[in-house]
Ligand binder design. Structure first.
Ligand SMILES: *[C@@H]1O[C@H](CO)[C@@H](O)[C@H](O)[C@H]1NC(C)=O
Ligand SMILES: *[C@@H]1O[C@H](CO)[C@@H](O)[C@H](O)[C@H]1NC(C)=O
Ligand SMILES: *[C@@H]1O[C@H](CO)[C@@H](O)[C@H](O)[C@H]1NC(C)=O
Ligand SMILES: *[C@@H]1O[C@H](CO)[C@@H](O)[C@H](O)[C@H]1NC(C)=O
Ligand SMILES: *[C@@H]1O[C@H](CO)[C@@H](O)[C@H](O)[C@H]1NC(C)=O
Ligand SMILES: *[C@@H]1O[C@H](CO)[C@@H](O)[C@H](O)[C@H]1NC(C)=O
Length: 192
């Protein structure tokens, strides 16, 4: 019986992977958590997500700590729309409570990479925004995108957003859902 229990837990461990204790917290509006708890995660990794949003000069830094999200580990997101910049970095580590880091600004590669994209941004418009001017892409931003959705921003404002600009491959792959504190209620359109 003892052997059977042992065998069963071995099999379960193999099937479900290892487990890891991780720091858990989120702060949508500041680069540090005031209250951290512990969470048990499947697999042997913990994750921290660092986020930087520059909204026409209004900078918001956010942090998330918890269980790893499949496919986001050690990926960087980068989006430029007009004067707005969105940077995102998900770092994963292997050890109990290893995700105890303090905020690190996501890789700040502001070097122009030669690509340009039509760019515009509207709130509460039902139509696709119209670009009057191209924006210069930076760093890993290798694609243009068009996005329209009803979303909630970290500050709680709800609106029908329409945006065009530069993005990198990863930001497009995760469908913009990676952003901390941003909740997409209904998507109308995404093209990269
Ligand atoms: C986020 O950080 C701010 C500033 O340090 C703090 O006042 C607030 O309580 C934090 N929020 C959470 C959810 O940790
Ligand atoms: C920055 O945020 C403040 C407070 O939310 C707002 O009043 C101001 O208009 C914002 N500035 C820009 C440039 O968006
Ligand atoms: C994170 O934990 C390690 C040991 O587990 C410790 O050495 C390190 O100082 C901690 N870092 C922070 C930022 O708390
Ligand atoms: C990147 O670095 C430049 C130059 O140091 C600075 O002006 C800019 O604000 C930084 N951008 C981000 C997103 O950190
Ligand atoms: C968008 O319109 C709704 C309904 O008219 C309004 O409540 C909301 O504040 C608007 N959002 C923004 C960001 O302007
Ligand atoms: C977003 O657009 C839909 C469809 O036009 C509309 O019904 C809804 O009220 C809008 N929401 C906001 C917050 O503006």
């Amino acid at each position: 019986m003892k052997n059977l229990v042992f065998l069963t837990s071995m099999v379960l461990a193999l099937v479900s992977g290892l487990s890891c204790r991780c720091v858990s917290c989120v702060n949508k509006t500041a680069p540090a958590c005031t209250e951290e708890t512990e969470v048990e995660c499947l697999g042997d990794e913990c994750m921290t997500v660092f986020q930087y949003i520059n909204d026409d000069g209004n900078v918001t830094k956010s942090i998330f700590k918890g269980c790893p999200d499949e496919g986001k580990c050690n990926k960087e997101g980068s989006i430029t729309v007009g004067n707005n910049k969105f940077l995102f970095y998900a770092e994963c580590c292997k050890r109990d409570l290893c995700n105890n880091q303090t905020y690190q600004l996501p890789a700040n590669n502001t070097r122009l990479n030669g690509k340009t994209c039509p760019s515009c941004y509207t709130v509460n418009g039902t139509e696709e925004c119209v670009s009057a001017k191209d924006v210069a892409c930076t760093g890993s931003e290798n694609r243009c995108f068009i996005y329209r959705a009803l979303i909630i921003l970290p500050d709680g404002t709800v609106g029908n957003y329409s945006a065009k600009g530069c993005t990198n491959t990863f930001s497009c792959e995760v469908n913009f859902d990676a952003a901390i504190g941003v909740k997409e209620i209904k998507r109308d359109y995404l093209w990269c």
